[in-house]
Design a protein around this ligand. Structure first.
Ligand code: G6P
Length: 372
């Protein structure tokens, strides 16, 4: 009903708008007054967390993209090797696990069969399993050793939005907590990032307030045959997520690529007028990464691409090559997906609406896939 949708036309619009609060709720009570994390709810002891020698993340769909981003954060902040794999592939390839392996199963619903089967397999091999889940008491957290709940609230639209951002937050919390208990050399950075994480709801709110040009752009692209998404570093999974949203909602051909792979194939797809969205890493951190993506934007534009550039405020280097420029507020590099994903959600939702599609219930898709 209209009341359930809180005045929005679709649950998806409501859920996109709820993201600042959802992220704030996921952070609530988890950052102490001393600026350190307290994850008392984690039933795995700090002593056990210090013994972890490998992290393996399993998930499906949008949750898998959150896992891909988590890998960058976990390896950087903790120096523990981290693998990430779609749950449906994981258990069939005889993966190597032991008592020092921490498996993280990410699932909004807690009922995805492939993810459940992967975690059962992991536990049989002696690994500890931590669930990151949005649904209290669902099967995946019940069968795990520990759970960190995302507090996104019920997500009704099939295409995941607020669950994704809160999964990211939960992954960052786990990564930072592992770093905190293990005392890595990034101690100061970890404290600074915990503080910046606290600012995320405000930053997401700022992004939401500037989305009208994105909606206008999306309406103008309703007849495009295909859209490509490029990114580097944590922007790569964001590009995959942008493409997934467009497939799910607009039934359009969309692909996400690591920008560094352009010359190994995707650049052959570039033709006059092809819309290409590029997620640009911060220009303040690793300038090498930033410079490389700027030259990628130049390359595709020279071949006729219509460039849609998602870049941080103050990044002037991209301006000459952006046919459309979408600004996001400054964040630490690893936290950037919290702001750069939002315009891509809005873009896909608006484009699908312009095509006359029912965005909450896309054809052929289910909110939760409970068969293998
Ligand atoms: C389905 C949904 C996606 C979701 C995926 C994983 O494909 O349509 O939105 O990302 O399942 O679901 P889960 O509940 O495990 O996060």
């Amino acid at each position: 009903s209209a009341a359930e949708k809180g005045g929005y036309d679709y649950f998806m619009l409501k859920e996109i708008a709820e993201q600042p609060k959802a992220v704030a709720d996921t952070l609530l009570g988890r950052i102490g007054t001393d600026g350190r994390l307290t994850l008392d709810e984690l039933r795995i002891s700090d002593a056990d967390l210090r013994q972890v020698d490998k992290v393996v993340i399993v998930a499906c769909g949008t949750a898998f993209h959150a896992g891909m981003i988590a890998k960058y954060a976990i390896e950087h902040w903790t120096r523990i090797p981290c693998e990430v794999e779609v749950a449906s592939e994981f258990r069939y390839r005889d993966p190597i696990m032991g008592p020092g392996t921490l498996v993280i199963a990410i699932s909004q619903s807690g009922e995805t069969m492939d993810t459940l089967m992967a975690l059962r397999h992991a536990r049989e091999q002696g690994a500890k399993v931590l669930a990151i889940c949005n649904t209290n008491g669902s099967t995946i957290p019940r069968e795990s050793d520990a759970v960190l709940y995302t507090h996104a609230g019920p997500e009704v639209a099939v295409a995941s939005t607020k669950a994704f951002l809160t999964q990211l937050v939960a992954c960052y919390l786990v990564a930072l907590y592992l770093g905190q208990v293990r005392g890595t050399k990034w101690g100061d950075e970890i404290l600074a990032v915990i503080k910046e994480l606290g600012d995320a709801p405000t930053l997401i709110e700022q992004v939401l307030e500037t989305m009208e040009p994105v909606r206008e752009l999306a309406r103008g692209l309703a007849d495009a045959r295909s859209v490509l998404f490029l990114g580097r570093h944590v922007g790569f999974p964001v590009a995959l997520e942008g493409a997934l949203k467009l497939k799910e909602l607009a039934y359009m051909h969309a692909e996400g690529f690591a920008a560094g792979e352009l010359k190994h194939g995707p650049i052959a797809l570039i033709e006059e007028g092809l819309p290409v969205a590029v997620v640009v890493p911060t220009h303040r951190g690793c300038t090498v990464l930033h410079d490389k993506i700027v030259s990628n934007i130049q390359e595709i534009r020279a071949r006729g691409a219509r460039t849609i550039v998602i870049a941080e405020e103050g990044d002037e280097a991209v301006v000459p090559y952006a046919d459309h420029l979408i600004r996001t507020p400054a964040t630490p590099t690893l936290l950037q997906p919290l702001v750069s994903t939002v315009p891509l959600q809005v873009f896909a939702c608006e484009l699908a609406t312009a095509k006359g599609h029912e965005v909450d219930q896309p054809r052929n898709l289910a909110k939760s896939v409970t068969v293998e």
